[in-house]
Design a protein around this ligand. Sequence first.
Ligand code: GAR
Length: 199
Amino acid sequence: MNIAVLVSGSGTNLQAIIDAVKSGYIKADIALILSDNKKAYALERAKKAGIEALFLDPGSFGSKIDFDKEIVKNLKKRAVELVVLAGYMRLLTPYFIKEYKDRIMNIHPALLPSFKGLDGVKDAFAYGVKVTGPTAHFITEKVDSGPIITQAPVEVEDGDTEDSLREKVHKEEHKIYPKAIKDFVEGKLEIKGRKVVHR
Ligand code: GAR
């Protein structure tokens, strides 16, 4: 199966996915790594791994849908069957979501449905929760609200800072996200309404 990873930033999740593909844990090929940010360190990681990477500048497209059409064109050209968002900080248009219905996943750094939005770690830490953690989920038109594939609890301890918490959440992301992708690729995930059933 061909997969694509969409990124905007540092790409530590991308790295975990690259490593999992290289070791054979995920039996798929990364056909494309696509970034909407020219300076994303994730692009360096792609280069180091010898995987095709593409930067598309959102500013050079007339509309959000034109931008997404170009992405979808690039994904289809490479016969991509699963789109993996890994720190991709742009909302997908309904067009994109329809084209890849039930085949787009995301990792969010909080236990959804709590702390949706741009910085789930910061918001959970500021709120004073005692347990947080990442969520891997499918994308639907409603932001951060699609069927949940898996979550991992992370305890917030008294000495934690926002940074130390972010590190702990990241560490769990790097475990659960490759597993979610592996399960999808092996046909083990079934969406039943709001629920994802592991076969
Ligand atoms: C991750 O923590 C991911 O959960 C978050 O961005 C970070 C990207 O890190 N995504 C979101 O907040 C999406 N709403 P990375 O570039 O090192 O993988």
